[in-house]
Write a protein that binds this ligand. Structure first.
Ligand SMILES: [Zn+2]
Length: 153
């Protein structure tokens, strides 16, 4: 139980009181409605913030098609597993080439330059696995992550 202000006379009233002891106006109802409205607004605000944060960290960039994005995400996943030591050079390159060819045929259909850009970034990771240092691979992996709105490592 807490003390609130009466909306009519501004006097102190218990929030569990049905009427104001000073002016007799009904309070309980307005107080409940106010709480409901504030709760709804609060929930909407929190949802909006969560949505915006999620979108900025993990959302699919608008310019990419859903298929291109999914191929990109699997290339990123393969790159991460390679960097974490789960795949050797040959396995990682073979799997990445697989994604590369899928992106290439997707580009033939959608003619979207962002699909082509993603394709080039996958090829970058493949190239550095073949002939670069680990930090080259990480840089190429991070370029890929940037175009997918994913976090760098
Ligand atoms: Zn009052």
């Amino acid at each position: 139980m807490s003390i609130i202000k009466c909306h009519e006379c501004n006097g102190d009233v218990s929030d569990s009181a049905k009427t104001c002891p000073h002016c007799g106006v009904k309070i309980k109802e307005t107080n409940t409605i106010k709480v409901i409205i504030i709760s709804i607004l609060f929930v909407l605000l929190v949802s909006l913030i969560v949505f915006l944060v999620y979108k900025s960290v993990y959302g699919k960039p608008e310019e990419l098609s859903k298929s291109a994005y999914q191929y990109g995400i699997s290339a990123l996943d393969i790159s991460d597993k390679y960097l974490d030591g789960y795949y050797d050079d040959d396995t990682a390159r073979e799997m990445l080439y697989n994604v590369y060819y899928k992106l290439e045929s997707l580009y033939e259909e959608d003619d979207n330059t962002y699909t082509l850009g993603l394709n080039a970034e996958v090829l970058g990771v493949i190239t550095y696995i073949l002939a670069g240092t680990e930090s080259d691979v990480i840089d190429a992996r991070n370029n890929l992550a940037d175009s997918l709105n994913r976090k760098n490592r």
